[in-house]
Design a protein around this ligand. Sequence first.
Ligand code: NAP
Length: 450
Amino acid sequence: MERARGAQDRWWGAAPSERATAIEAIADEVDRHVEELAQTANEETHLGMPRLTGEVARTTFQLRMFAGALRAGSILNAQSEASVPGPPPQGHPAITRRYVPIGVVAIFGASNFPFAFGVVGGDTASALAAGCAVVVKEHPGHPRLSQRLLTLARSALASIEAPEDLVGSVAGIQEGIELVGAPGVRAVGFTGSLAAGRALHDVAARRPDPIPFFGELSSLNPVVITPEAARTRSEEIAAGFVESMTLGAGQFCTKPAVLIAPTSAGLAEKAIALLEGLPGMTLLTPDIAARYYQGIATFVGRPELKVSSSSTTSDGQVTATIIESTLEEFLNPDSPVRHECFGPSAVIVTYEDPRQALEVLNIDEGVLVGCVHGVDGEEIAADFLHALERRAGRVVWNGWPTGVAVAGAQMHGGPWPASTQSVHTSVGLNAVYRFARPVALQDWPSWVEV
Ligand code: NAP
């Protein structure tokens, strides 16, 4: 922390172009080692080389997106108002509102995105763009990769004579808790489970000097199918649903967790038939696999639920599982189907009347993303979209929730429990505003440089 604070002090007044150069140096260094990094990540996570090399590309693209925005002056712009003579309220002094770095940021990445939410992932990119130093809590799911990324980032910074302590790290659960409580940490960017996010959020809030905690947590992402879509393309929807729920062995915060469809479409049978052809899947860590088994076990033996598989295979892999739930059961906030089961599982709820689907969509609980599959001009589709807009950080028309595009306008977050701060995002250019503090400069003397 002392070294991070020293780096923060040295870097405080770095111009946007200097920050951009530092971010680009890190991106270039990571790109020079794609094969090696993806290989290490694959050994630690089993996510597969195509997915991991793609994730490196996404991560360096994201770094360069922030660097480009800094150079173009499209983020963190000051807003100035000349003085207005006369008495208030019309009259006022000259005011310039500008952004300064919030200070050292503690960052926690998740197991399932070793690069995009790792040591040089989106939180680090946006904090560096804001001019902050970061201390990353390394994820125990990929410790060697975290160390390697740290070394590359620091040597990239050193190569352009920026302070290498702008990026540091700690490891260990207790160290992570101490990091959130450490004097000098001014904000936390967290990506992970609801339980860990809540625990660390509370540590941040209990500090003598509470600090903002930007937690991206878990979510039961709904996908709703309109009667017309179900009538005209149920096979295609079943295939898309199975592909999305099993992508990365279902280990995405954006997994389609609940499918709401007309009973007549028979989507549960169609999806289960498709799952039967799939091989067993290896999850990120034995702990995550154990939690998946425990999650599936909470559904078994309940008359309101029908579980398609026991989730185990002989070789320690897991199988994808569909849980068919009655509407009433899903509306019960205490039901196990209302908790995230991280891995390749999803709940299917069917409806006879679209108003029942709206009841499910109107549950008072935030989600990261919600999707509507419908047909253009279908009135109920518009009602579904509006219902989701009230609850979700992102709403998708005729698409699937997995795959958060890295684009300037992106929003990744949502009302609790999807995130701890529904007005902020962790993906997209606005992510930088989590770590930049606005300050109003009143009648600032022209001879002092801003
Ligand atoms: P996790 O178990 O919550 O771990 C995240 C971090 O929190 C790790 O560094 C972990 O360290 C630490 N941690 C866990 N429990 C803690 C506690 N009680 N006190 C202090 N620190 C604690 O999550 P994960 O397994 O890495 O990732 C899967 C979860 O993340 C899923 O729920 C998924 O939906 C969510 N996720 C969300 C997003 C998003 O953008 N919203 C993206 C990806 C994943 P230790 O392991 O050392 O304890």
